[in-house]
Design a protein around this ligand. Structure first.
Ligand SMILES: Nc1ncnc2c1ncn2[C@@H]1O[C@H](COP(=O)(O)OP(=O)(O)OP(=O)(O)O)[C@@H](O)[C@H]1O
Length: 297
């Protein structure tokens, strides 16, 4: 795992409005990095700056330690928010053409296109004009277009939006395969459950400011609430009187409670055992959605 992309102190305004404020984060090779934020948070603007489609007012983007060059960008794959395939071209023609723009020879581009279409389950549509494809299939074609030249960095703006659940699984698998072979993948998504399943690393942005960034495991540890679930054979109402306990939910035998930072959970477990059998006693790990809500508050 090596840091390949480094976004450092990037600022960008449109007119009077500053939409990126000191945005800094890194993307590692061989890892899937989810870029998460509400509508208008600044994800697309950041991605455009990484790809050089838009300039930063101040700040830098480096690739392997040096400012990103045109040649580096030839080796990047980008799926923009506005899905710009040529409607009249067939799927194969379009992807081969884009592969050639990224420096592939025709035969190589054709071979790679056929393999990718097969992998993305689009072979049956290979000779159809793009405009004849369903939106979900156009989306798969866009993903193929971003992948055809085997990019070292893949930047995908909402790659899962508009895909049915089966297509989501196919695309997830393809992205995982790419990461396994060393590609650095940065993708934005609103679908937090998907991000949670897919990502190794996360970058959370709100109002143009990075609120949290790091590995999914690290973030979960950082934001683990001192929250526990308990299930006993008798009524769990006694928990109310335990020092440091705030009851969140009480449903007869089952309860969810928060523990004050200085309190220890073991005395609570002992108190429970004194009253009878304990069926469950475990910390509750926050979901990404919960972390997200807490971080952007
Ligand atoms: N070309 C532009 N001119 C003026 N304002 C812009 C321009 N591009 C983006 N913005 C504004 O910058 C802010 C950030 O937009 P951006 O598209 O980066 O957000 P986003 O996180 O990608 O949101 P979404 O998930 O809705 O795509 C928004 O308020 C948007 O209106």
């Amino acid at each position: 795992m090596t840091t390949v992309l480094n976004v450092e102190a990037v600022n960008r305004s449109f007119g009077e409005r500053q939409v990126l404020k000191d945005v800094s984060f890194t993307v590692e090779s061989g890892r899937l990095t989810g870029f998460v934020g509400a509508n208008g948070a600044g994800k697309t603007t950041t991605m455009r700056i990484i790809l050089g489609v838009l300039a930063a007012d101040t700040g830098t983007v480096t690739w392997c330690g040096n400012p990103v060059t045109r040649e580096d960008r030839q080796g990047f794959g980008y799926m923009p928010e506005e899905r710009g395939l040529y409607p009249k071209m067939t799927v194969t023609e379009q992807i081969v053409y884009l592969g050639r723009l990224h420096g592939l020879g025709t035969a190589d581009a054709k071979r790679r296109t056929a393999t990718l279409l097969e992998r993305l389950e689009l072979t049956e549509r290979a000779n159809d004009p793009v405009e004849k494809l369903s939106l979900g299939n156009q989306q798969r074609a866009q993903i193929a277009a971003a992948l055809v030249h085997d990019p070292q960095l893949l930047v995908l703006d909402e790659p899962f939006s508009g895909l049915d659940p089966i297509a989501v699984e196919t695309v997830l698998a393809v992205l995982r395969e790419r990461a396994r072979t060393g590609t650095a993948v940065l993708f934005s998504s609103h679908q937090l459950e998907l991000v949670e399943r897919l990502c190794d690393d996360l970058v959370i942005i709100a109002d143009g400011t990075i609120r949290a960034a790091g590995s999914r495991t690290w973030l979960r540890e950082q934001y683990t609430l001192p929250r526990f679930e308990i299930e006993v054979d008798t009524d769990a109402g006694w928990l109310r009187d335990q020092p440091g306990v705030t009851l969140i939910e009480l449903d007869g035998h089952r309860a969810v409670f928060d523990l004050a930072a200085e309190a220890d959970e073991q005395p609570i477990l002992r108190a429970a055992l004194d009253r009878g059998p304990v069926r469950t006693f475990a910390p509750i790990r926050p979901s990404l959605a919960e972390i997200f809500r807490e971080v952007i508050r």
